[in-house]
Write a protein that binds this ligand. Structure first.
Ligand SMILES: Nc1ncnc2c1ncn2[C@@H]1O[C@H](COP(=O)(O)OP(=O)(O)OP(=O)(O)O)[C@@H](O)[C@H]1O
Length: 478
């Protein structure tokens, strides 16, 4: 059933009426939109499920179900069969089919929810997750070159996030370089995947390279590849670099601020000339990739300080997109937290959990230096430690927040819950946060005997972000 066509209006009306009744019988919920995505019909059961008090007929589908597949089906004319969709804090199994007119043009689409019952979804979701992880393990090499996330999977309803999504959609339409900036853990990599998936290059590879994670001595080989027999010890058959693997697709350069100056010049040449040479080769290879770069560092400041090439900066930032920190969009915390709780419970095979109102309020008060990654780690621990609970409360959250801000005398100290609290005039929030970060970093470094990679992991931030903070706060290794 690729599409539905009708020879006459009368037949169309008859068939549509028949289909609506049948679908209403066979499926839990049904919905229909016109070619502009405006809702023309919705079953009462779907209204109930969505907790809609007034009829949504006449509204745009994304105002009712923000991540619906219907706009995609209208745009592409291709159906979606039995896919998972996250609606009203739970997964549902949906199908969407386009409706074509006599000229073959899409004139609307039908959506069906096959089931919304968590009990019947659980085995399916568990199997889905298991299969996904098997595929990941079995085909890790290939996986590195595929893009995993869609824009609709990025949770959040804040104006700031909507603006970012809009910019990503726009950037995806044009073949320009994109520079994603924002603090660690704000979702830069997630958006890079989504951008690739939305672009015309989505059928080609998505290849990522974390510049900060590769030693300077190896980065050129990783980037450009090595010609056969280039040097003693090199593989006889040579090795393809990430640039070559990303041919026709997207090359994601994470932590671009950590790129050595020598490689910056070479990357500039790739961007300008669209060609490169493998290490140990004189042959020039043509390249066709879209570069999406990301950094949590202040690249403009690095340009001023002579640490980053100005010409490369402007080449990379064809479309600069800034991701706001989580603390700047507290209204997103609820959506993201619920998504994380569901994901964690399914992945860890735990009973379903919800967030209590006081827990949400507590989460909104936190500063989130590690942004969504930190939130993810905290909620994952909350799920594990409160395995038998169905409600995650403020006290569960509080217990996991390593440092509680407690003003003591003229300075800020960080007490565990068992320590007493004195009330004194508080310092500014900025000062308190800074002190908290310094304390947290010192503690993580000392716990991990100065090993920064381990400390960064424990803090839920990237290695590069940790290096930045150590320099910024002038923290000495003890
Ligand atoms: N809006 C969101 N909805 C759901 N998950 C999110 C969202 N934003 C970020 N995440 C999750 O947070 C984690 C960190 O995201 P990501 O790695 O994309 O951040 P980043 O900005 O690239 O971090 P870094 O600068 O440290 O590399 C990932 O697990 C990602 O899936």
């Amino acid at each position: 059933m690729q599409n539905i066509r009708f020879d006459t209006h009368a037949m169309r009306a008859k068939v549509l009426s028949f289909l609506q009744t049948s679908f209403d019988t066979f499926y839990e919920h049904t919905i229909a939109v016109d070619q502009k995505g405006i809702l023309t019909w919705i079953s009462q059961s779907y209204c109930d499920f969505l907790h809609l008090e007034t009829s949504p007929i006449g509204q745009h589908i994304t105002d009712v179900i923000p991540n619906s597949y219907l706009p995609q089906v209208i745009a592409t004319g291709k159906p979606v069969f039995l896919d998972l969709l996250y609606v009203r804090h739970q997964w549902v199994l949906v199908s969407v089919i386009p409706l074509h007119n006599d000229l073959g043009q899409v004139e609307g689409a039908f959506g069906f929810v096959a089931t919304d019952r968590p009990s019947s979804m659980k085995p399916l979701l568990a199997k889905y997750n298991r299969l996904q992880s098997e595929v990941r393990n079995a085909n890790h090499y290939q996986k590195e070159r595929t893009s995993r996330y869609q824009l609709s999977q990025i949770a959040g309803q804040s104006e700031a996030l909507k603006q970012v999504k809009h910019q990503v959609r726009q950037a995806a339409r044009f073949d320009i370089s994109v520079l994603l900036t924002g603090e660690t853990g704000t979702g830069k990599e997630l958006f890079a995947h989504a951008l690739h998936n939305l672009s015309d290059r989505s059928e080609s590879p998505f290849v990522s390279i974390n510049v900060a994670a590769i030693p300077d001595t190896l980065i050129e080989a990783e980037f450009f590849g090595v010609a056969p027999g280039a040097f003693t010890g090199a593989k006889k058959e040579g090795r393809a670099g990430k640039l070559e693997l990303a041919q026709d697709g997207t090359l994601f350069l994470d932590e671009i601020g950590d790129m050595p100056l020598v490689l910056q010049s070479k990357l500039l040449r790739v961007l300008q000339e669209k060609e490169f040479e493998k290490i140990g080769s004189n042959t020039i290879q043509k390249t066709n990739v879209r570069i999406v770069a990301a950094t949590s560092r202040n690249l403009l400041k690095m340009v001023e300080d002579g640490e980053f090439r100005a010409d490369l900066y402007y080449r990379l930032s064809g479309m600069p997109i800034h991701l706001p920190a989580l603390r700047e969009r507290p209204e997103d915390i609820e959506f993201i937290a619920e998504r994380i709780l569901d994901e964690c419970c399914i992945r860890l095979n735990l009973s379903t959990k919800e967030l209590a109102t006081d827990a949400l309020e507590r989460l909104k008060l936190h500063h989130w230096p590690g942004n969504v990654r930190e939130l993810y780690n905290l909620l994952e621990r909350a799920c594990i430690l409160n395995e038998s609970q169905t409600l995650i409360c403020a006290e569960h959250i509080e217990a996991l927040m390593e440092f509680r801000l407690t003003p003591v005398s003229s300075s800020v100290s960080f007490c565990t819950q068992s320590e007493t609290t004195e009330i004194h005039p508080p310092l500014s929030l900025k000062e308190q946060v800074k002190t908290a970060e310094i304390q947290a970093i010192r503690k993580a470094l000392s716990r991990n005997r100065g090993k920064r990679v381990l400390a960064a992991k424990q803090l839920g931030i990237s290695r590069a972000a940790l290096y930045n903070k150590i320099a910024q706060f002038n923290i000495q290794d003890s």
